[in-house]
Design a binder for this molecule. Sequence first.
Ligand code: FE
Ligand code: CA
Length: 540
Amino acid sequence: MRPVSRRSLIAGGLALLASACSSNRSTPSTTTAVPSTTDRATTTTTSSSTTTTTTAAPTTTVAAPTTLAPVEFADPFTLGVASGDPDATSVVLWTRLAPDPTSADGGMPEADVELAWEVSATESFDDLLVAGIAVATAADAHSVHVVADLPSDGEHWYRWRVGQYTSPVGRTSRAPAQAATARFASASCQNYEAGFYAAHRDVVEQRPDFVVWLGDYIYEYAAGAPGAVRSHGTAEPTDLDGYRLRYARYKTDGDLQAAHRSCPWFVVWDDHEVQNDYAGLVPQDPAQAPGFAVRRAAAYRAWWEHMPVRLPPPTQLAGDPTAEYRIYRDAVWGGLLGMAMLDGRQYRSDQACAGQPAGLEPPCAEMAEPQRTMLGAAQEQWVGATFGTWGTTWNLLANQTVLSDLRVGGAVLNADQWDGYPAARQRLLDQLGASSNVVVVTGDIHAGIVGRLGGRGVELVSPSISSTSVLPPSYEPLVKLLPSVVDAELGHRGYFLHTVTGTEWRAELRLVDDATVAGSPVAPHATYVITAGTNDVRMA
Ligand code: FE
Ligand code: CA
């Protein structure tokens, strides 16, 4: 049991709040709290559509939950619950009300809906610590993000209630002030048609402290890909309704929901949240340039609606669709880990050498142009000002595309990766080199690769959760021979499970036997060890 003095409470405030709540976003709540963030450069971190009620007057235990008026719609918790972006005092709680996930509006009435959120120290919720009322608005597809102040470090449980319905229960925490060990998963690339989410089931069984998601949460492809084991359900999304339907389809997966319930996630995006290989405002196919900014703005909006991120709602779709939407940010975990989370898609120069097929020819001159960028000038400057300043043992970069040098005799096999942006890569490596104990976690390429970054640190590329191989597994011996590569596994789906202490980083590559088979087993493949102070990695 927790001492009473550590409880925060609502003190009968639920009914009061319910009456004070309104769909008018500017309506102030007397108890709204906007916690600070570790991201020093971001000024707005909380969704303006949420109302949070936290630790205002800790004198008595939280009152028993107020009865909420019954609602007319069916059980709205078909997309699960999630939490994310924990900081030293709080965590973001998420859900989206969608009685019918196959309908673009989720099967919800037009009206905004009040719902209650509750946090307890126990999974049975016999002792509420923090609670409040939020408003799920139709404008946000009835998604809701609440910043919940947690009264202490360690495991907490949360749930949502609306009308006669109660959501599944999620486990979460804030970022601890001190931690002897951090365990987290890094993962990406969960093409729903390509496979089942055995890897997520395994994440749940491993009970990490958090998940770092590196992008390709959805794939935009039309339903019916050859070899599909299940269906995306809809045509390729190009507007807000289309992207909402795609996220809803993904989020109906039980293993994915369980992985979100198991711990908080830190989420960034890659290309498929919008379109394969897009670069800034340039679509994959230049012929699709007209209207692409609006499409991108719709995709960004749907991403925010469905992710448990500590970010303001994107407004580009209703305003200037070409305006930037910043998601790069940082986080700190227990004195062990500082993390910079990158956006390698929104600001990048278009891929160079268009029309030159991958091969062993030297790249075109354009690729080496010094002004070409992966992160954009502002994000590059932010990395330089932020990375390694956390006072933590380890300095982590959450990154989209492979940073290690995978060139073969100077030829660039994949111009979408950092290999295709050599000047920008050099600038980033110079920035990383100012710190020690640098680890880069990467996704995108659907392969497990461990690389050395020229003495600046180590890269751990996690395989896809379910997406099929990009590099043919027959290339594995060749990739292993590359000077920067320590190890490579190209034939299986999976993720990295990291166990980090003040002296050692152990990265376990966990692989799915066959992701096209529901319920496929998952097992450790190999463990890679980084001893603090070495900036180098070895097989365990
Ligand atoms: Fe992918
Ligand atoms: Ca990708």
